[in-house]
Design a protein around this ligand. Structure first.
Ligand SMILES: [Fe+2]
Length: 516
C-alpha cells in the first residue's frame, strides 16, 4: 500500500470514511496531509450540524484528546478554533470562514450559527485548531418558503451504548436526507456495568464511569458516545434536529419530579447539569441555552410548502406519571381532566403554529407514545396513556384545524405504526392523525421477531409492530407521506446489513395508514 492507501485504510478501520466516504476520500486524495485529514487529536469527537433554516445552519464540534477522561484531556482554557463553509466537498468554493473559541465553560464545545446561505442546498464545513483539521461534515439548508421540493428525513433515537453497536447510524449516514430528527435518549445516564456482571444481559460494550449526576460526568458520557465512529458518520453526513427524552437527565423524570427523589433541590441541580451538557453536545442554537434547570427546547422548522416540524418537549412541562408510573391498570388519577404532557403554553404554541402553517403536513417530533397501548389490563403511565385528557385536547385541536398531522415518536425500543382516534376506546371515533414510532438504534439489544399478533389483537388501531433495531425513513411531498421501517438483524456484532421491514403511506386530507 502507498501512504495514501494506507491512510485511507486506517481511516476505514477507524470508521471515519463511511457515510460521506466519497467526500472524505476526495479531501484526502486532493492532498491533505495526514495530520489535516485525520480525525484523532483535538477533533476526536467529530463534527456535526443542525437546526437548519432556509438561510442558516449551526456548525458544531467539541474538542477532546482523551474523551474518556474528565475534562477530555483539554486544559481549562479557551482554544481558538477556525471554521470554513464551502459549496463543494473539495472546498474550492469556500463561501464563509470565521474564528471562534472552544471555551472550558462550554465543555470546549463550539456552536457556530452561520447565516446568509442559499435555501435547499448542501454545504460542507470543517474546523481547524492548533494546526489540526477536523473531518469534513456535510449539511443542508431547508427549502425556501413555498417550495414543493420533496423532503426526506429519518426519525431515530434511543442509543443505549452498552446494548450494541451503532450500525444503524452507519446506514443512516449513507441515506440521502434533508435532516435527521433525534427523538432523544441520545445518552443513557446509567453507571457502567461492573466487569464480569450484567445488568440486562445485553451488554456488548461498557459505559465508562458511574451514574451521571454532575456536569463532569454528563460531559464525559457524551464524549464517549460522540467518539463512536458510526454516530460520527451520521453527524458528518446530515444536519440533526435534536430533542431530548428522559435518559439525557434521569430515567422517567417528569417536570421537577425525579423518579427516585421526587421533588428535591438536588434533582433540579442535576437537571441543570444534564441540560447544560445536552446543550453543549448538540448542534443547537443559543436560543436553547439553559437558564438554570430550564430550557426552551420546543421549536419549529419549515420545509417549504411540504411540512412543518414541531419539535415537542414531553419532559419539562408534564405532570408526574400517575399510579406510581410503569405499566399499570389505570387508577383514578389517569382520568384527571387537566392532565399535562406539554404544559399549557407549549400546547397552545403547537396548536397556534399548526393553525398558521401553510405547509401540507404538520409533523410532531416528540418522545413518548401517543397511541393507546394496551398490555393486558395495563397502560404505560409514562406515555400519553398516563395523560389521556392531554391527548384528547391535542388531537381535538389538530382536528379542528384540519391539520394533516403525523406524530413521530421513540422511547419504547420497538417500531410501531398506528392510527390516532379522537377517542381511542371507541372504534367508531374518527382517525385524526397517524403515528410512526421509530424503534431504537441499540436500546434493548438485538430484539426478536414475533410479538405483533398479540399487540395488534389488543390494539386494533395499531397496524405494525416490530422489535428490531433501526430507524424510520420518511419521504414527504405535499400529497403524501411515506414511512419506511428499516432495521438491522443484530446490534450485538458490528456491520449487520439493513432490511426494510414495512412501508406505509398517508395521503394528505385523509388520516389513514395505507400499505405503501
Ligand atoms: Fe430509550
Amino acid at each position: 500500500m502507498d501512504s495514501t492507501t494506507r491512510h485511507l485504510a486506517a481511516l476505514h478501520r477507524r470508521g471515519l470514511l463511511r457515510g460521506a466516504t466519497a467526500l472524505a476520500a476526495l479531501a484526502v486524495t486532493q492532498g491533505c496531509t495526514r495530520a489535516e485529514a485525520t480525525q484523532g487529536g483535538l477533533f476526536s469527537l467529530g463534527v456535526a450540524s443542525g437546526d437548519p433554516l432556509p438561510d442558516g445552519l449551526v456548525l458544531w464540534t467539541r474538542l477532546a484528546t482523551a474523551p474518556l477522561e474528565f475534562g477530555g484531556g483539554i486544559a481549562e482554557r479557551a482554544i481558538p478554533v477556525g471554521w470554513e463553509l464551502a459549496e463543494d466537498a473539495g472546498f474550492r468554493r469556500v463561501v464563509q470562514t470565521g474564528a471562534t473559541e472552544a471555551r472550558a465553560e462550554a465543555g470546549h464545545s463550539v456552536h457556530v450559527e452561520v447565516t446568509g446561505l442559499q435555501p435547499g442546498r448542501p454545504y460542507w464545513y470543517r474546523f481547524t485548531a492548533q494546526g489540526q483539521r477536523s473531518a469534513t461534515g456535510r449539511s443542508r439548508t431547508t427549502p425556501a418558503a413555498g417550495s414543493a421540493q420533496p423532503v426526506r428525513f429519518v426519525n431515530a433515537g434511543c442509543q443505549m451504548y452498552e446494548h450494541g453497536h451503532f450500525t444503524a447510524w452507519r446506514h443512516i449516514a449513507a441515506e440521502e436526507l434533508d435532516f435527521v430528527f433525534h427523538y432523544g435518549d441520545y445518552i443513557y445516564e446509567y453507571a457502567e456495568v461492573p466487569t464480569g456482571q450484567r445488568r440486562w444481559g445485553r451488554e456488548v460494550r461498557r459505559h465508562v464511569g458511574g451514574e451521571c449526576v454532575t456536569l463532569a460526568e454528563y460531559r464525559r458520557r457524551y464524549a464517549q458516545y460522540h467518539a463512536d465512529p458510526d454516530l460520527q458518520a451520521a453527524h458528518a453526513a446530515h444536519p440533526f434536529i435534536a430533542s431530548f427524552d428522559d435518559h439525557e437527565v434521569q430515567n422517567n423524570w417528569a417536570g421537577e419530579h425525579s423518579a427516585t427523589l421526587g421533588f428535591d433541590p438536588a434533582f433540579l441541580l442535576r437537571r441543570a447539569a444534564a441540560l447544560q451538557a445536552w446543550y453543549e453536545n448538540m448542534p443547537v442554537r443559543r436560543a436553547l441555552l439553559p437558564r438554570g434547570p430550564a430550557m426552551v427546547m420546543h421549536r419549529r422548522f419549515g420545509f417549504g410548502g411540504v411540512l412543518d416540524l414541531h419539535v415537542l418537549d414531553t419532559r419539562q412541562h408534564r405532570d408526574p406519571q400517575p399510579c406510581n408510573d410503569g405499566f399499570r391498570a389505570p387508577c383514578e388519577a389517569v382520568a384527571r381532566p387537566g392532565a399535562q404532557m406539554l404544559g399549557a403554553a407549549q400546547e397552545q404554541w403547537l396548536l397556534d403554529g399548526a393553525a398558521r402553517s401553510r405547509a401540507a403536513w404538520q409533523v410532531l417530533g416528540q418522545q413518548v407514545m401517543m397511541l393507546q397501548r394496551r398490555r393486558g389490563t395495563t397502560l404505560n403511565m409514562d406515555a400519553w396513556d398516563g395523560a389521556p385528557a392531554a391527548r384528547a385536547r391535542l388531537l381535538a385541536g389538530l382536528a379542528a384545524r384540519r391539520a394533516n398531522a403525523v406524530v413521530l415518536t421513540g422511547d419504547v425500543h420497538s417500531a410501531w405504526a398506528g392510527e390516532l382516534r379522537l377517542n381511542p376506546d371507541d372504534p367508531a371515533s374518527p382517525v385524526v392523525a397517524t403515528e410512526f414510532v421509530g424503534t431504537s438504534i441499540t436500546s434493548g439489544g438485538d430484539g426478536s421477531e414475533g410479538g405483533a399478533e398479540s399487540i395488534l389483537a389488543q390494539n386494533p388501531h395499531v397496524r405494525f409492530y416490530n422489535n428490531r433495531r433501526g430507524y424510520t425513513l420518511h419521504l414527504a411531498t405535499a400529497g403524501r407521506m411515506q414511512a419506511v421501517f428499516r432495521a438491522v438483524d443484530v446490534v450485538s456484532t458490528p456491520g449487520a446489513p439493513l432490511r426494510d421491514r414495512a412501508s406505509f403511506v398517508v395521503e394528505a386530507g385523509r388520516a389513514a395508514l395505507l400499505a405503501g
